[in-house]
Unconditional design. Structure first.
Length: 255
């Protein structure tokens, strides 16, 4: 069964790292720049993530995501630079437009934190199979029902996309116009969505029946088809990441 995922199959040590360690790295990338509000720390965190993405050979795959993020962040920079209430120091003027230092510095802080979070999540998404992530979480105590819901999202969406493509081709074969002006596309929308929604409901019922037959709700202790994915240096990496978070907390308390 197909799964919608940004996962890219590459041979790298980043791919070999287990999902739990990557989740701890995300916590590190989020918490440390917040605890230690320094541009230097934020730049270092972003740099580490970009280096890991490069080692994983998936840096190119992040371009569309970062392009969208930068598009959003540009608006943040403009709004904060122009209209932040604390703005006092004029940085430069372009005709009637005045950009202030306080707003731009605040916008830069937000930008760096967002880039840190996005790049850390990209490491997880691009180098980890969703099934492995969910299985690791279930092994650590997460409810199998919640795990199934997460996996279902990755499975149902591509199925619906494939169904839309199939139904569109079938309707075209019957003479329906599905391309052209906005009115033509809108007129074809309902005849396309009706079968898609009904098909999704039928598939949901079939999934529920299949799970029941396979004993999904059984209280018997379940086993796993595959062995848990481990990495030789996982414990060391986790210890260093947790130590860095603890060190940041201590620094913040003492400063």
């Amino acid at each position: 069964m197909k799964s919608i995922s940004l996962y890219v199959n590459r041979n790298s040590f980043v791919h070999d790292v287990d999902p739990i360690t990557k989740l701890i790295y995300i916590a590190f990338a989020i918490l440390v720049p917040i605890i230690v509000p320094s541009f230097t720390i934020s730049f270092i965190c972003v740099g580490i993530s970009l280096v890991l993405l490069a080692f994983a050979k998936v840096l190119r795959k992040t371009v569309p995501v970062f392009s969208f993020v930068f598009l959003v962040l540009i608006t943040v920079v403009i709004i904060q630079g122009l209209f932040k209430p604390e703005n006092e120091t004029v940085l430069f003027q372009l005709g009637p437009i005045t950009m202030y230092q306080e707003g731009l510095l605040f916008a830069l802080t937000i930008t760096l934190r967002v880039l840190t979070i996005v790049s850390a999540f990209m490491i997880l998404v691009l180098t980890t199979k969703p099934s492995e992530l969910v299985e690791s979480l279930v092994r650590k105590g997460m409810s199998p029902s919640i795990g199934y819901m997460i996996v279902s999202v990755f499975q149902i969406i591509p199925e619906m996309m494939a169904a839309v493509s199939t139904i569109t081709d079938a309707q075209r074969a019957r003479g329906m116009e599905t391309e052209g002006s906005f009115f033509v596309r809108f007129k074809a929308f309902l005849p396309l969505m009706g079968p898609v929604v009904l098909g999704a409901l039928i598939n949901t019922k079939e999934r529920a029946m299949a799970l029941e037959v396979r004993g999904f709700n059984s209280q018997v202790q379940k086993t796993y088809l595959y062995e848990e994915k481990t990495y030789a240096y996982s414990r060391l990496i986790r210890a260093l990441l947790l130590l860095a978070i603890a060190g940041a907390l201590v620094w913040r308390i003492l400063s």
